[in-house]
Write a protein that binds this ligand. Structure first.
Ligand SMILES: Nc1ncnc2c1ncn2[C@@H]1O[C@H](COP(=O)(O)OP(=O)(O)OP(=O)(O)O)[C@@H](O)[C@H]1O
Ligand SMILES: [Mg+2]
Length: 314
């Protein structure tokens, strides 16, 4: 199904297309598309119906998207909202009509457990070590998971020693990339072979950060590592931005810390959407549900929906 977001994403990926020609061919009022790109207009079902055959003519294909964004969710610090962000940002994007795959690259398996896959028989590790196809579990519409558990931890050394081991995740993603619009990789709280593999396989990374002094410690090492991977192995790797998580803006210490982060990390994009502290998020993970299923009206659901809209709008 063609959606407003898919049209905007296609046009941004194909800047050489003339908007006025497309408008004429699809019989849309002039400036409809330029206003959609700037966020001043939402395409309605009549616009979308007119546009569909025209975009197909210019290369749009609902079912293959070789330019799917592959985004690692990283921070070597533990408990800063990586898994929560992977799970709920992914779900929000799937609700916006994007096809989303989540890949669990953490041997803690928190992402897989949160989606009800506790002891997956087929898991990511088999793709990394044996070159098998990535195991895909269908969770909901437009929302798939490649699960992991503790078994992944034992692959550490073998993967480090294997020729091109760090490229194995990238190789495993390549054949299925076209089936998705967004692939998120949930990374472990360490700068190890699994995080490296994720960065090598990605087009971008998203750093979750809690506005606490301890969370900022070593953050420069993280950005150094990302830059090294980009400069040496994966020239495509972009820093999508920093997402502030578990924020309680009633706390002065959080407000001060956010100002400090904006000042000291001003070279990087910091998403304007802030994820507030919200007990429903914690509860939803225990209930093995995403936040939209568990509490659709909660602050957590609102924040992750807003983040998805922000991420997909550029
Ligand atoms: N916005 C939030 N409000 C309240 N609790 C949250 C929020 N975000 C995450 N949590 C809770 O904080 C804990 C840590 O979050 P999460 O597991 O996403 O972090 P992580 O960075 O993936 O941790 P690890 O490094 O161990 O993988 C979880 O119990 C989660 O439910
Ligand atoms: Mg995690």
């Amino acid at each position: 199904m063609l959606t407003h977001e898919k049209v905007v994403s296609f046009l941004k990926q194909n800047p050489a297309l003339s908007l006025s020609v497309l408008e004429k061919e699809a019989q849309l009022p002039s400036s409809t598309l330029s206003k959609s790109l700037t966020g001043d207009r939402q395409l309605n079902s009549k616009h979308l119906a007119g546009l569909y055959p025209i975009l197909v003519k210019y290369g749009f294909n609902e079912f293959t998207n070789p330019r799917a964004k592959i985004i690692s969710v990283v921070n070597h610090k533990g408990g800063v909202g990586k898994t929560t962000t992977t799970l709920n940002l992914g779900k929000a994007l799937s609700k916006l009509g994007y096809r989303v795959l989540l890949i669990d690259m953490d041997s803690q398996g928190n992402l897989s457990q949160s989606l009800g896959h506790d002891n997956p028989e087929k898991q990511v590790v088999q793709s990394l070590l044996k070159g098998e196809q990535l195991p895909i579990c269908h969770i909901a519409e437009n929302y798939d998971l490649a699960p992991s558990d503790l078994e992944l931890a034992y692959a550490d050394l073998e993967l480090v020693q294997a020729v091109g081991g760090v490229n194995q995740l990238k190789n495993a993603i390549a054949p299925i990339r076209g089936q998705y619009d967004y692939i998120f990789i949930d990374c472990p709280p360490a700068l190890n072979i699994f995080t490296n593999s994720a960065l090598v396989a990605s087009t971008g990374c998203l750093v979750t950060l809690q506005p606490e002094a301890s969370a900022l410690k070593g953050v420069n090492n993280l950005f150094d590592r990302i830059t090294q991977v980009r400069d040496r192995i994966n020239y495509e790797l972009a820093i999508e931005g920093i997402v502030l998580t578990m924020v309680d803006s009633r706390l002065k210490v959080h407000r001060d810390m956010i100002d400090y982060i904006k000042g000291s990390l001003s070279n990087f994009k910091i998403f304007s959407t802030i994820i507030r502290q919200n007990v429903a998020i914690k509860e939803s993970q225990i209930a093995q549900q995403d936040i939209f299923e568990y509490a659709a009206e909660s602050n957590g659901a609102q924040d992750y929906f807003k983040l998805a809209t922000e991420l997909s709008s550029y």
